[in-house]
Each structure stands twice: as structure tokens, then as C-alpha cells.
Design a protein around this ligand. Structure first.
Ligand code: ZN
Ligand code: ZN
Length: 411
């Protein structure tokens, strides 16, 4: 499969400069860039006439199995029913320009394999399986009146409960056995969990260190759900590489992120969406009031981290009917970061976190031929990324997978 794109305005996300160039894709990769490239026989050539082109976008915090915002209902849903929803959700992500996503719990090797084999339309899927949670932690969906939980692998769900160093080691090894690209732990309370407090820390340091040790033994890393500075800082000290949310981090956190070369993955759009549409998806009034505060704090945390030189990565964390707002995170972040820095968080910096530098998040020769074609320049108006209607086309592994009707890609 070969494709030649002519006259693209291709963004080098490292320098922030556009280059007017042709891009030739072959065997799923970018073969060469430069002006006046020759199209070998049988190559489809498309003149992009100066359209703005970026490397395919990366979202490092999604839940492709979150068919509903009521996460507690997932384990009681048919896994085949949830898988069909996942296919719909992943297809939407690809159309919005995301060619790679990192699932932050719920997705498994089945979805990842189906996407890689080309029988499921969607972004390349890096998964962690189930997130590890302590009893009563953010991954424990039981209400107070329920004693048993069914961790059977055929039940959909985002978390699995494991307590104690031996049990978390076994759970970590089990997720790695099933091909987890990274491990996920719940290191603090959350908004949606039924029995914990958002300001709680979860797991002992020994348990966190055991998970990190297991991941590192397999040349993988650990991502941790954490809100407060106390939870973030102990996660970083335990060797966690990717802090999810981090809305209440402090200056000590910024110092630790840099000391441990860790990444922050804010997920601001999910609070924005919950604020706007939470009640219609069943969010109680009390939680709805809290959402405003979490969004404000999250934006301040991002600003503090970015100013302190922390590597920040794009995340959305949307659930159920709110997935369609995935690109809005671009607009929210530009309140405190430059458009170029936000674009880097969804390309080059995300690739570094995912240990796929040079393969994704860049449009240089040798990388996967994943590109997004925009209707205008997002460096001058972030709306060209934040509104998915401005995505004119998406190329994945050198194939046109989305083409706006009025664009040369559709011809
Ligand atoms: Zn979380
Ligand atoms: Zn999440």
C-alpha cells in the first residue's frame, strides 16, 4: 500500500516550523519527505494544496470500554456488548485524528489484536488490562452493602482488587502475562468510586514499589491514578512514571517529577464534560458541584507543572456519551500553555511516555505513516484541532481512513 501526498504544510512538532513538502508512505511507514518526490507506478498521489498536516494524534488516557459513565455497571454487562461499544468508541477516536491511544484500564489484548489485524477500525491501542486497586479503593466498584466481587476475566470492568505485596505482585504479573503495555494502579481516591474519599492515599509504599518492580522486570512502567499532592508525591517516590490527573499537585510534586523524569497526564476535559453534561448522564448534584472545583484546580496544576518544566501528556478520560468531546482538551489547555506545547503533549512527548519515540508522534521517515490533515493552522487558532469538524482527513499506516467529502483526500 503506497500513498504520495503532495504540497502538505507539514508541522515539525519539535521546532514548531511548517515545511511545504511531499510525503511518500510505503508499507505503513513514512518512506521519504521532500519537494518534487516521484510517484512510483501504482502509487496513489493526492495534492493537499497547502493543507496543514500534523503527525497522528496520541491520547494517553482513554477508556475505550467505558460504554457508559456508570462504570459500576460494566462488570454486569455482556463482554460482547461492551466490545461492540468499544469498536464504536475507537472508530470515533480515529475520525477525530487520534491514531494511537493508551487505555488507562479496561481494554485488553482482544481489542488491541483486533485493531492490529485490521478487523476493528480505530487507533493503535496500548492497554494495561485491569487497574490494580486496594479493597475500597478507586477500582473497587462494590457499594457498602456488597461483599463479593467477580473478577472473572470475561467480565468487563476497569479494576481488579488486590491487597498485600504478594497479591499485587501476582496481579501485576497476571496483567503482564496477558500482554499489558504498562500497569495501572489506583494510588488515591476518585470522583466516581462509591466508598473512598478523593483525599485518601491508596496502597502502601511497599505495595506500590512491588508493582513498579514487576513492571520494570518486564521492561514496562506503571501509571497511577492520583489527585492530591500527598498521593502524587508518594507515587513518584515509589517509581511511578506516569501520574494521571494530578489536579492537586504542589511544588514538591514538580520537583519530584523532574527528579524521577516522570510524566503528568492531566485529563481536564472530562471535568469540563461532566460539568456540562454530567447530570444528564446520572451524576449526582453533590458530585456535580465538586466538578467545578476539580477543573479549576486541574488547570492551575497544569500551569504549575508546565512552568516547572514537567513533561505533560494529552489525556481525556471521557466516559459514555461524552467521548465526542475528546478534542476539547486542546482548547482547555491553551488557557495555560501555548498551542505548540499542547500539540507536543499529544505527539512527541506522548510518544516518549509510550516508549515509541521515532515511531509515532512524528512525521519523519521511518515512523508509522499516521497523519492528520487539518482545515487550518492550529498554531494560530487551536480551534482547528479542538473542533473535530476541522479534521479534513486522517491517514493511518499509510492508508486514508477518514476523508472529508470536500477534500482532495476524498477523490
Ligand atoms: Zn483515574
Ligand atoms: Zn481514567
Amino acid at each position: 500500500m503506497s500513498l504520495l501526498l503532495r504540497n502538505a504544510r507539514l508541522l515539525d512538532v519539535v521546532t514548531g516550523e511548517y515545511q511545504e513538502t511531499d510525503v511518500r508512505c510505503a508499507d505503513g511507514r513514512i518512506a521519504e519527505t521532500g519537494s518534487g518526490l516521484r510517484a512510483p507506478d501504482g502509487v496513489l498521489a493526492v495534492d493537499l494544496a497547502g493543507a496543514h498536516v500534523l503527525p497522528g494524534l496520541i491520547d494517553a488516557h482513554v477508556h475505550v470500554t467505558a460504554a457508559t459513565a456508570d462504570l459500576g455497571s460494566l462488570p454486569h454487562s455482556s463482554p460482547s456488548y461492551v466490545a461492540v461499544h468499544s469498536a464504536r468508541i475507537m472508530s470515533g477516536m480515529l475520525t477525530r485524528g487520534f491514531t494511537t491511544v493508551r487505555d488507562a484500564s479496561g481494554a485488553d489484548y482482544g481489542l488491541s489484536d483486533a485493531q492490529a489485524e485490521g478487523i476493528l477500525r480505530g487507533p493503535r491501542l496500548l492497554f494495561c488490562g485491569r487497574a490494580l486497586s486496594q479493597t475500597g479503593g478507586h477500582g473497587d466498584t462494590r457499594g457498602r452493602g456488597t461483599r463479593t466481587s467477580d473478577d472473572h476475566p470475561c467480565c468487563a470492568g476497569l479494576g481488579r482488587v488486590a491487597d498485600g505485596v504478594d497479591a499485587v505482585r501476582a496481579a501485576a504479573r497476571d496483567e503482564l502475562r496477558k500482554g499489558a503495555h504498562h500497569l495501572k494502579v489506583m494510588a488515591s481516591g476518585g470522583v466516581a468510586s462509591p466508598t473512598d474519599r478523593i483525599d485518601s492515599t491508596q496502597y502502601s509504599m511497599d505495595e506500590l514499589r512491588a508493582v513498579v518492580e514487576e513492571a520494570e522486570a518486564a521492561n514496562r512502567y506503571v501509571a497511577a491514578h492520583a489527585y492530591t499532592a500527598r498521593a502524587v508525591n508518594r507515587a513518584l517516590k515509589a517509581g511511578i512514571r506516569s501520574v494521571e490527573h494530578g489536579n492537586l499537585l504542589d511544588d514538591e510534586s514538580v520537583r519530584l517529577f523532574r527528579e524521577y523524569d516522570a510524566f503528568l497526564v492531566p485529563t481536564l476535559v472530562t471535568y469540563w464534560a461532566l460539568k456540562k453534561e454530567g447530570p444528564q448522564f446520572g451524576l449526582p448534584t453533590d458530585s456535580h458541584r465538586k466538578v467545578d472545583e476539580v477543573l479549576e484546580e486541574g488547570l492551575a496544576a497544569l500551569e504549575r507543572a508546565a512552568r516547572g518544566g514537567v513533561k505533560t501528556v494529552y489525556g481525556s478520560d471521557l466516559l459514555g456519551g461524552m467521548h465526542r468531546h475528546q478534542n476539547e482538551e486542546f482548547r482547555i489547555r491553551t488557557e495555560v500553555q501555548s498551542p505548540l506545547d499542547v500539540i507536543r503533549s499529544a505527539t512527541s512527548t506522548a510518544a516518549e511516555l509510550l516508549c515509541m519515540e521515532g515511531e509515532i508522534g512524528t512525521a519523519t521517515p521511518g515512523a508509522y505513516a499516521d497523519l492528520v490533515v487539518l482545515r487550518g493552522d492550529p498554531l494560530t487558532d487551536i480551534g482547528f484541532l479542538a473542533d473535530p469538524r476541522n479534521v479534513a482527513g486522517v491517514i493511518q499506516n499509510g492508508a486514508i481512513v477518514t476523508a472529508g467529502e470536500d477534500t482532495p483526500l476524498a477523490a
